[in-house]
Design a protein around this ligand. Structure first.
Ligand code: ZN
Length: 159
């Protein structure tokens, strides 16, 4: 039912932009809900564990994080998909860990990237509720990878 969006590929300018904040007038709007739903469907269809709006040609600060075991990440822990609007890392652990990453925008390339082991994060839900929470391990890695997309950075720039 839900539509599958085209995914921007490495080399396309939109992936290098600093994405704009979602405005308060956009919170809880039908278009924001539809965008989140279409991003979620696109991520699932492509076996991703996360996706950022710039990857579907929308330069806005919206990401989905959805760790789960799948053919691309067989050892990923299971969690419910979380849609995060204007996510902001408040604190990062000094401890970093190396782990393998790939990207729907960089198919056929994987690499070991150092990321903070745990992070404290603030974001808004699609409805505009403020959430502060901690992530560690693989979900923390996904959050950092997706926030990089909002800042125009691909994981291959961190290898
Ligand atoms: Zn990516």
């Amino acid at each position: 039912m839900s539509c599958i969006l085209a995914v921007a590929q490495r080399g396309e300018a939109i992936l290098n932009l600093n994405a704009a904040e979602v405005a308060s007038s956009e919170l809880n709007s039908p278009w924001l809900k539809q965008l989140a739903e279409a991003m979620h469907s696109t991520m699932l269809q492509k076996n991703g564990v996360g996706i950022a709006a710039p990857q579907v040609y929308v330069s806005k600060r919206l990401i989905i994080v959805a760790s789960r075991p799948n053919p691309r990440y067989p050892d990923a822990p299971e969690m419910d998909a979380v849609v995060m609007v204007n996510p902001e890392i408040l604190e990062s652990s000094a401890t970093t860990v190396l782990g393998e990453e790939g990207c729907l925008s960089v198919p056929d390339e994987r690499g070991q990237v150092a990321r903070a082991e745990s992070i404290k994060l603030r974001y808004l839900t699609v409805a505009g509720e403020v959430v502060e929470t901690l992530f560690s391990g693989f979900p923390a890695r996904i959050v950092q990878h997706e926030i990089d997309h909002l800042n125009g950075v691909l994981f291959i720039q961190r290898l």
